[in-house]
Design a protein around this ligand. Structure first.
Ligand SMILES: Nc1nc2c(ncn2[C@@H]2O[C@H](COP(=O)(O)OP(=O)(O)OP(=O)(O)O)[C@@H](O)[C@H]2O)c(=O)[nH]1
Ligand SMILES: [Mg+2]
Ligand SMILES: [Zn+2]
Length: 325
């Protein structure tokens, strides 16, 4: 290829750090910058020290125009660096309302086949409303959800049977322990040859499970706080890792808060697969399923066909969406 010919190729974004994106292509992995027209939209929501002019924020649709997992077109410049020219259409995305004051989307992970929501039975105790938010976002973003219930070695008699709650709703639950190895082979088989998004609260053991599946990854993990049982936000940025068995797994930093993006109050109940079958017979066509009489969803709740925990999550989310944030 002549020196004057620009070498354009397709790749997948596997890491990002302060505006530099590692893009894996068939010619190798390149550290890529964004072309300036794309850069305009790049804002880091977590960093309060940055201020942006109206011009900069005027026309953005997401805080991050490029997400981990995105398929992109890159132009190689010299050797190991390149520039991202274009983001190709996404088949799925895990998005949330970006933390911060502005109402903008934050695309966390693009193009994954499924979301593996990792929660621990203890240390930290599972926050089911956070889990339900992730499950709704997966549904909205065209990702198949799988629940991995980790630290099963710590479970005690009398603990709530979370696996049973979610299995009854039709979700697939993998009980696991990165310490004893329980469920690790099943998780490995589930991730094989697919693009998997891993998400959950800090300290749930997301990274530990990946290390247990593939010790060669050697990713950093850290003990949870002994007194509070909370994680210490050990994984600090999103990164995709190749699996020896085939496939790509995207580990993510622990999630503190998760507000839905681009979900309307009306479509919310449809995003709870366990509720879908109970929405048709309500007296009012615009029933919110919160307070109206003759509501088939609340009748299903009373009959025990819909779980109280899931319904509580629905009501909390509905109020949040109706309230505008
Ligand atoms: N008992 C027990 N401890 C576990 C298990 N899995 C992980 N841990 C421990 O939990 C702590 C947190 O694990 P990490 O893998 O760092 O958790 P994480 O979800 O990646 O956390 P962030 O990166 O902060 O989001 C570590 O001390 C692990 O050794 C498990 O199955 N059982
Ligand atoms: Mg981690
Ligand atoms: Zn209703």
């Amino acid at each position: 290829m002549g020196a004057a010919i620009v070498n354009s190729t397709e790749g997948i974004v596997i890491r990002e750090h302060r505006g530099v994106f590692d893009v894996e292509t068939r010619h190798g992995t390149f550290a890529c910058a964004l072309r300036s027209r794309m850069k305009k939209a790049l804002i880091y929501p977590e960093r309060d020290d940055q201020h942006h002019s109206v011009e900069q924020v005027g026309r953005i649709d997401a805080v991050n125009p490029v997400a981990i997992g995105d398929r992109v077109r890159v132009v190689e410049d010299q050797g190991e660096t390149g520039a991202i020219e274009e983001v190709l259409p996404r088949r799925s995305k895990l998005s949330r309302l970006a933390p911060g004051k502005r109402r903008v989307e934050q695309i966390m992970i693009a193009n994954a086949d499924h979301l593996v929501a990792v929660f621990s039975v203890r240390d930290p105790r599972p926050n089911l409303q956070l889990l339900d938010r992730l499950l709704v976002a997966a549904e909205a973003g065209n990702l198949a959800p799988v629940i991995c219930l980790n630290k099963i070695d710590l479970s005690k008699d009398g603990d709530p049977d979370i696996a049973a709650i979610y299995e009854r709703c039709g979700f697939r639950v993998i009980p696991a322990s990165a310490v004893t190895g329980e469920g690790v082979d099943l998780l490995k088989a589930t991730l094989r040859n697919r693009i998997s998004a891993i998400a959950g609260p800090s300290g749930a053991g997301k990274t530990s499970l990946l290390n247990a599946m593939q010790p060669g990854l050697g990713l950093r993990v850290r003990e949870v706080n002994r007194t509070t049982g909370r994680g210490r936000h050990t994984t600090t940025y999103l990164a995709a890792h190749r699996l020896d068995a085939g496939g790509l797994v995207i580990d993510s930093p622990g999630i503190r808060e998760f507000s839905l993006w681009d979900v309307s109050p009306r479509e919310l109940p449809e995003l709870f697969p366990d509720m879908r079958g109970h929405l048709a017979g309500c007296r009012f066509h615009d029933c919110t399923h919160v307070h109206e009489p003759d509501c088939t969803l609340r009748a299903a709740l009373a009959a025990g066909d819909v779980s109280q925990e899931r319904y509580d999550s629905y009501v909390a989310l509905r109020k949040e969406l109706d309230g505008g944030r």
